[in-house]
Design a protein around this ligand. Structure first.
Ligand code: ADP
Ligand code: ZN
Ligand code: ZN
Length: 752
């Protein structure tokens, strides 16, 4: 037998190796293996088992790692699709599919020595007083980790060994799982009685799950068992989406299948995970719920992954990469907050976990539920076209009203000779009122630091990053000017750095959270204020501590960046202020409007979650922008109708699919020249694509980042899966010099 192997380091090729006959039956597609490569020994994954190879003189495999194949054949197929669609070598795709800690040979289960009581025939032999004490503890525990015993009995290993010699106990090593939630007590919950809207939604989902299972049992090998596609569950926050997920998962478990739940990293809080554990780790279903995300230690991640692979955990919950969890058979995939950009990986393989979910669902006959209060234009468009089924929840479960949103026109707030204030009169009054009533407020500004740039009014000098084409942000507490792209920082100058000018009149202009906090403290000296952004939250438990204090009412006003925009639930917050709503509108990105609508809706959703109705004040210089006006009225449908028209006119996604090619290098002329060359080459190679739009090359919105100049070419077509194959081969032949890199991003979400 011959094994075809994709090696871990990228060589865009698979290699054949002979399988020694005695390993027959031990090796499968997906097994991890060690193979000879040149003079080296390298690791790889088996991608196929074949009888004959076109190559002669094959070398033998050196080692099979682990007893089980690590990637199932199904997940391997998914990796191939990712490599093809997202234009990357299979090895790179496999790297995402299999967590590092699982791939590496060294990392195993944690083993620890345990002391076990042996059944005893006859009388206890004669023991010293000390030995007897230790033995009594063991008798009580039956099994106890050696380390624990030494602490409990305040004894030494030698004493314990003596008991072993006497045949009373045995000491052996046992696997002990690292459990990130060790020691937590979670109270089990029962399914809630659903309201009419929820019942309707759930029954459509479970019906599709049943149909898919029927088709699968009728013809297991056919690909026709794909469920009628995917559901888009559109419902405001608090409309009971999560309860529907929970009951749909229960249905999957009843079918003997498992489920994957994806949530954005930022909302993967212990509370979220607890909701799932509480429903499933006790009671009838009794399955483990495995958690996969980037804050786990390597060992924890290894154990969580294997719990799924061994079938002990049938529910996997996690961020982006959990879409590759080896749940098998898979009945359901939930993608919560499907519009979130963090589902897109910004390094190779540049996959979008939502789209991978839809593909995986199709391949494995699993039903996919995409949930959101503000669906992406892509998903809503797919629902409109009938590709996804739209399920809407129009009311909040508790019939609570959505908060009243008021938009303040900041252009009319300008004070005589003093420029624009940070707080409009309306917002100031609203804060005063809430403070008097002992209610809480949240103020949102998506920019940290004190001022967004340093400017000399004498000579016009602006402090820019030496590595990036961007102004440096002033951080007052640190007395530094910092780059938010590359992290460069320097002491804040006291006079103009221009040698000819040296004016002491330099000014810091623009606004960041630090300044909002400071001004707020001056306006409301009695208020207790806290700031939440990545500057203020440097240590791991800062986040928990501030949120805890806020929950206990020890803080009146919380100022923050998008860290406070999502998922937080504080019943006593009755006012949300959005300091500068235009910030995200001015991004050089065709999704700027969509992003603003989503952000405003999300942030507004933090107000009025308790018994008192909430109020939102939005400050803007373009108060009549459709994104702001539709967010004010909580009108997703209206926003969608207007936005889709604009996308259609310009043939932007979702009416086409985009591929963004970025060329980067340190020499700007060279980058530009090669970008032009590549564009001409693409025009030649892609002339069969009738609907192709090729735009560029043009300087990237952020021309220079981390010392690299960047030029971009954007391609748009409706037939992306064809295009990306063609693109891969064109880029393969286009061999840029070593100091220039070409990056292909299919369905990009970030255009900067
Ligand atoms: P969403 O995920 O849409 O934000 P949730 O599922 O979290 O909504 O529901 C919001 C709150 O309402 C939760 O506290 C949940 O327990 C509760 N809830 C959901 N469905 C019901 C129901 N049918 N009856 C009573 N309470 C419900
Ligand atoms: Zn100057
Ligand atoms: Zn920089």
């Amino acid at each position: 037998m011959i094994a075809r192997v994709a090696l871990d380091f990228a060589v865009r090729k698979e290699f054949d190796y002979r399988v020694p006959p005695e390993w027959d039956g031990q090796i499968e597609v997906g097994s991890r293996v060690k193979v000879p490569f040149g003079a080296r020994q390298v690791m790889g994954s088996v991608t196929a088992l074949i009888d004959q190879s076109p190559h002669g003189n094959l070398r033998s495999l050196l080692k099979i790692i682990g007893q089980h194949s690590l990637v199932t054949a199904k997940v391997l197929k998914l990796a191939r699709w990712i490599a093809d669609y997202y234009c990357c070598p299979l090895e790179i795709a496999l790297r995402s599919v299999l967590p590092d800690t699982v791939r590496k040979e060294q990392k195993g289960w944690r083993e620890r020595l345990c002391v076990r009581l042996l059944p005893r025939a006859g009388d206890l032999p004669k023991l010293t007083g000390r030995q007897r004490e230790v033995w009594q503890i063991i008798e009580e525990w039956k099994t106890v980790p050696l380390q624990r015993l030494l602490e409990l009995a305040e004894t030494t290993a030698a004493t314990v060994r003596r008991l072993e010699d006497l045949g009373l106990i045995t000491i052996d090593s046992q696997i002990s799982e690292r459990d990130p939630f060790e020691g937590e007590v979670i109270l089990p919950t029962q399914p809630l009685a659903l309201n009419a809207e929820q019942t309707g939604a759930l029954s459509r989902i479970t019906k599709a799950m049943d149909e898919s299972a029927d088709r699968l049992s009728a013809s297991p090998s056919s690909t026709l068992h794909a469920p009628r596609s995917t559901f888009l569950l559109h419902g405001v926050t608090g409309s009971g989406k999560t309860e529907i997920y929970l009951q749909a998962i229960a249905h999957a478990l009843n079918q003997g299948k498992g489920a994957i739940v994806l949530v954005p990293e930022i909302s993967l809080t212990p509370q979220t995970v607890e909701r799932f554990k509480a429903r499933f780790s006790a009671g009838a279903h009794h399955t483990l719920v495995a958690v996969l995300h980037s804050h786990l230690s390597a060992g924890e991640r290894h154990d969580e992954w294997h719990k799924i692979r061994q079938g002990r955990a049938r529910i996997a919950i996690g961020a982006r990469s959990a879409i590759f969890a080896p749940v098998d058979p898979l009945g359901l995939i939930v993608v919560d907050e499907e519009h979130e950009h963090s589902y897109k990986q910004e390094e190779a393989p540049r996959y979008h976990a939502r789209d991978v979910a839809v593909k995986r669902g199709l391949d494995e006959g699993a039903v996919v539920v995409l949930g959101s209060a503000t669906p992406s234009l892509e998903s809503f468009y797919n629902a409109q076209c009938g590709k996804y089924q739209l399920v809407e929840l129009r009311a909040r479960v508790d019939d609570k009203k959505l908060p009243l949103v008021r938009v303040v026109d900041m252009r009319s707030e300008t004070r005589e000779g003093k420029g624009v204030p940070i707080f409009s009169r309306l917002l100031q009054e609203a804060i005063t009122k809430r403070l008097e009533k002992k209610e809480q407020a949240m103020l949102f500004l998506n920019r940290r630091g004190y001022a967004s740039s340093m400017l000399c009014p004498q000579c016009g000098y602006v402090a820019e990053c030496p590595n990036c084409s961007i102004a440096l942000t002033y951080h007052r507490r640190l007395e530094k000017i910092c780059c938010h792209i590359c992290g460069h920082s320097a002491a804040a100058p006291l006079v103009c750095p221009d040698a000819k000018c040296r004016s002491p009149a330099i000014r810091y202009v623009g606004l960041g959270t630090e300044k909002v906090e400071e001004t707020l403290a001056k306006l409301f000296p009695q208020a207790r204020i806290a700031r939440m952004d990545s500057d203020a939250m440097r240590r791991k438990d800062d986040f928990r501590r501030v949120l805890g204090d806020f929950r206990l009412g020890k803080i009146d006003i919380l100022v923050g960046t998008q860290m406070i925009a999502k998922g937080l639930h504080f019943p006593n917050v009755t006012l949300v202020g959005i300091i500068y709503a235009d910030l995200s509108l001015h991004m050089p990105d065709f999704r700027a409007g969509e992003r603003t609508f989503q952000l405003l809706t999300q942030v507004s959703g933090r107000a009025g979650r308790g018994d008192v109705e909430g109020e939102v004040v939005v400050q803007s210089f373009t108060p009549f922008h459709p994104a702001i006006q539709h967010a004010r009225r909580h009108d997703f449908a209206g926003f969608y109708a207007q936005e889709i028209e604009y996308r259609a006119q310009l043939k932007y996604p979702p009416l086409s699919r985009a591929a963004l090619l970025t060329l980067k290098g340190r020499n700007e002329d060279k980058v530009k020249f090669l970008a032009e060359h590549l564009a001409r080459e693409l025009e030649k190679q892609l002339k069969d694509f009738k609907d192709l739009i090729l735009a560029g090359p043009a300087p990237a919105p952020l021309l220079r980042a981390e010392t690299f100049y960047r030029y971009q070419i954007m391609l748009r077509t409706r037939r992306m899966s064809h295009l990306s194959l063609k693109l891969e081969s064109t880029l393969d032949h286009f061999r840029p010099p070593e100091d220039i890199r070409v990056i292909a991003d299919i369905d990009p979400v970030s255009l900067a």
